[in-house]
Design a protein around this ligand. Structure first.
Ligand SMILES: [Zn+2]
Length: 110
Protein backbone atom coordinates (compact mmCIF):
# COMPACT_ATOMS: atom_id res chain seq x y z
CA UNK A 1 0.00 0.00 0.00
CA UNK A 2 1.25 3.49 -0.83
CA UNK A 3 0.37 6.86 0.60
CA UNK A 4 -0.57 9.78 -1.63
CA UNK A 5 3.06 10.89 -1.53
CA UNK A 6 4.07 7.52 -2.92
CA UNK A 7 5.81 6.57 0.28
CA UNK A 8 5.38 3.03 1.39
CA UNK A 9 3.98 2.74 4.88
CA UNK A 10 6.34 0.62 6.83
CA UNK A 11 7.51 0.19 10.37
CA UNK A 12 9.86 2.80 11.64
CA UNK A 13 11.59 3.57 14.89
CA UNK A 14 12.56 6.81 16.56
CA UNK A 15 14.69 7.47 19.60
CA UNK A 16 13.12 9.69 22.24
CA UNK A 17 13.97 10.86 25.72
CA UNK A 18 12.11 9.04 28.44
CA UNK A 19 9.69 11.55 29.85
CA UNK A 20 8.65 11.78 33.49
CA UNK A 21 5.17 10.44 34.12
CA UNK A 22 5.18 8.32 30.99
CA UNK A 23 4.65 4.62 31.18
CA UNK A 24 5.41 1.92 28.68
CA UNK A 25 6.57 -1.65 28.74
CA UNK A 26 9.64 -2.71 26.84
CA UNK A 27 8.84 -5.22 24.09
CA UNK A 28 12.23 -6.86 24.56
CA UNK A 29 12.72 -7.29 28.32
CA UNK A 30 9.10 -6.66 29.44
CA UNK A 31 10.30 -4.23 32.09
CA UNK A 32 8.65 -0.86 32.40
CA UNK A 33 10.35 2.07 30.73
CA UNK A 34 10.47 4.63 33.48
CA UNK A 35 11.98 8.06 33.77
CA UNK A 36 14.80 8.17 36.29
CA UNK A 37 15.97 11.54 37.51
CA UNK A 38 19.43 10.07 38.08
CA UNK A 39 19.75 8.79 34.52
CA UNK A 40 18.58 11.61 32.29
CA UNK A 41 20.45 10.21 29.32
CA UNK A 42 18.20 7.17 29.20
CA UNK A 43 16.51 6.84 25.85
CA UNK A 44 13.57 4.88 24.64
CA UNK A 45 12.80 3.69 21.14
CA UNK A 46 9.26 4.11 19.90
CA UNK A 47 8.25 2.03 16.89
CA UNK A 48 5.24 2.45 14.71
CA UNK A 49 4.64 -1.05 13.47
CA UNK A 50 3.02 -1.56 10.11
CA UNK A 51 2.08 -4.83 8.48
CA UNK A 52 1.32 -4.84 4.78
CA UNK A 53 0.97 -1.06 4.83
CA UNK A 54 -1.45 -1.03 7.75
CA UNK A 55 -0.55 0.37 11.15
CA UNK A 56 -1.01 -2.27 13.82
CA UNK A 57 0.61 -1.02 17.00
CA UNK A 58 3.26 1.01 18.73
CA UNK A 59 6.13 -0.85 20.34
CA UNK A 60 8.34 0.63 23.03
CA UNK A 61 11.87 -0.43 23.82
CA UNK A 62 14.61 0.69 26.14
CA UNK A 63 17.28 2.32 23.99
CA UNK A 64 19.70 -0.50 24.80
CA UNK A 65 17.13 -3.25 24.41
CA UNK A 66 16.33 -2.10 20.89
CA UNK A 67 19.91 -2.72 19.78
CA UNK A 68 20.00 -5.96 21.75
CA UNK A 69 16.85 -7.07 19.92
CA UNK A 70 18.70 -6.41 16.65
CA UNK A 71 16.88 -3.26 15.45
CA UNK A 72 13.66 -5.20 14.71
CA UNK A 73 11.95 -2.24 13.03
CA UNK A 74 14.92 -0.78 11.25
CA UNK A 75 17.55 1.63 12.45
CA UNK A 76 16.10 3.93 15.09
CA UNK A 77 16.25 7.55 13.99
CA UNK A 78 17.27 10.15 16.48
CA UNK A 79 14.86 13.03 16.07
CA UNK A 80 17.53 15.36 17.35
CA UNK A 81 19.93 14.54 14.56
CA UNK A 82 17.10 15.19 12.12
CA UNK A 83 16.65 18.60 13.69
CA UNK A 84 20.39 19.19 13.41
CA UNK A 85 20.17 18.27 9.74
CA UNK A 86 17.47 20.90 9.21
CA UNK A 87 19.54 23.47 11.08
CA UNK A 88 22.55 22.68 8.91
CA UNK A 89 20.41 23.02 5.78
CA UNK A 90 19.05 26.35 7.01
CA UNK A 91 22.56 27.58 7.81
CA UNK A 92 23.96 26.67 4.43
CA UNK A 93 20.96 28.35 2.79
CA UNK A 94 21.65 31.49 4.83
CA UNK A 95 25.29 31.43 3.68
CA UNK A 96 24.16 31.05 0.09
CA UNK A 97 21.91 34.11 0.44
CA UNK A 98 24.81 36.12 1.90
CA UNK A 99 27.00 35.08 -1.04
CA UNK A 100 24.27 36.07 -3.49
CA UNK A 101 23.93 39.48 -1.84
CA UNK A 102 27.68 39.98 -1.99
CA UNK A 103 27.74 39.05 -5.63
CA UNK A 104 24.88 41.42 -6.35
CA UNK A 105 26.77 44.24 -4.60
CA UNK A 106 29.92 43.51 -6.58
CA UNK A 107 27.99 43.51 -9.81
CA UNK A 108 26.20 46.78 -9.11
CA UNK A 109 29.44 48.43 -7.94
CA UNK A 110 30.97 48.16 -11.42
ZN1 LIG B 1 14.01 -3.29 27.85
Amino acid sequence: MKTEQGLELKSRAVIRDIEPGGYAECSHCNQSIKFQAKCRELKQVICNVYRKGTWIRVDHYHGECYSLAGDPHGKAEATQSLRAKFTRAANSRAKQITRDEQLAKELTAV
